[in-house]
Design a protein around this ligand. Structure first.
Ligand SMILES: *Cc1c(COP(=O)(O)O)cnc(C)c1O
Length: 352
């Protein structure tokens, strides 16, 4: 991604939500090894944990803080994102107590309809900063709601609005303007500004589920996560057998099934009942019947030689077949982000 956007643009690696399920600390360590020196988390405790794990560089806390937590920004050298003027006051008081200047970034809602001060409130910014000794305005950030859609005109329109906001805020050099997420960095490179905040692309997925655009010889992203399990039992059942709770699947002929120790408690949601596929011996097998809390069943009638203990791929590749988080997301009615969070947070993680 650094090659793609150019060397001069900083990358904030988003490691929130347990690194999109990949493990916050392990993800941050990997990105740091690859040269990244800027990380984004939602909660202040995550920033503290990153420091505890030895992560250096700048750590942004995107979702504010509770009053009483201000001291942590100083103790752990964390950078707050501020989205209301009340927070500025609290941080200023803390800065004075510490006798240390604190750099803050201001979040402005230029069209996301979510967190951030409204552009119309910006006119009060200079007065507020004046009343907040000990603080310096080091950046203006915003967030795109539709940058994952290369065909939408909204992103460039909103970017124009954002640029006006940056000028209005009278941000001084070397302040940073940052608005782009993965979608914007990939599909609207002109919006990259000084820094991009990348999440999903760093974990190997395109935000819109694309397999990669073959344009301009761009690199293809490669998913980092796989999710595997093993067959715990194999059996053949006659035609007319109801499978799992509610008997939502009745076999039409004699059917060989593999029982897998994965269920919705592992993030393999019940919504995938009778929908998902898994890979066994390099071939696709359908999940039949309801997904239970810790178990599900795959139809292996067409797959020769399956044995108890065989590896089963729920997410990832086996032989020449691949199941992506986008495929699972589509069957689940969601996006890859949610699949990665679910699988990553509800299972033992191994790294290689
Ligand atoms: C999560 C997040 C990002 C990263 O988005 P991706 O689509 O995963 O690249 C960027 N900015 C903010 C404010 C975020 O919350």
């Amino acid at each position: 991604m650094q090659q793609r956007i150019g060397r001069d643009i900083r990358i904030m690696a988003m490691v929130k939500a347990e690194g999109y399920g990949h493990g916050m600390i392990q993800a941050a360590v990997s990105f740091a090894r690859a040269g990244c020196d800027c990380f984004g988390v939602t909660e202040i405790e995550e920033g503290v944990a990153l420091r505890g794990a030895g992560i250096q560089g700048q750590i942004f806390v995107l979702l504010g803080f509770q009053s009483s937590q201000e001291q942590l920004f100083f103790d752990y050298n964390l950078t707050p994102v501020v989205f209301d003027y009340q927070a500025l006051k609290l941080l200023s008081q803390a800065a004075m107590r510490n006798g240390k200047e604190l750099a803050v970034h201001l979040k402005v809602d230029c069209g996301m309809g979510r967190l951030g001060i409204m552009p119309s409130e910006l006119q009060d910014l200079p007065a507020h900063l004046e009343e907040c000794p000990g603080l310096s305005l080091a950046g203006i950030m915003s967030h795109f709601p539709m940058a994952d859609d290369p065909a939408s005109s909204h992103t460039l329109e909103m970017y124009q609005q954002y640029k006006k906001v940056c000028v209005q805020s009278s941000l001084q050099a070397p302040g940073l303007c940052h608005i782009a997420n993965s979608g914007a960095a990939l599909y609207f490179p002109e919006t990259c500004g000084d820094m991009v905040r990348l999440g999903i692309s760093l974990y190997g997925y395109y935000p819109d589920g694309a397999k990669g655009r073959q344009d301009e010889g761009a690199e293809t992203l490669v998913p980092a996560m796989s999710f595997t399990t093993q067959v715990v039992q194999i059996k053949s059942v006659p035609a007319g057998t109801g499978i799992s709770y509610g008997h939502t699947f009745i076999t039409k002929q004699e059917t060989k099934i593999a029982i897998l120790p994965v269920g919705y408690a592992n993030g393999f949601l019940r919504a995938l009942s009778n929908k998902a596929q898994v890979l066994i011996r390099g071939q696709r097998a359908r999940i039949i019947g309801r997904v239970c809390m810790n178990l599900c069943m795959a139809d292996i009638s067409e797959i020769q030689g399956v044995k108890t203990g065989d590896q089963v791929v729920i997410l990832g590749s086996q032989g020449t077949e691949t199941i992506t988080a986008d495929e699972i997301a589509e069957r689940m009615g969601t996006i890859s982000y949610e699949v990665l969070c679910l699988f990553g947070k509800n299972n033992e993680r191994n790294y290689n």
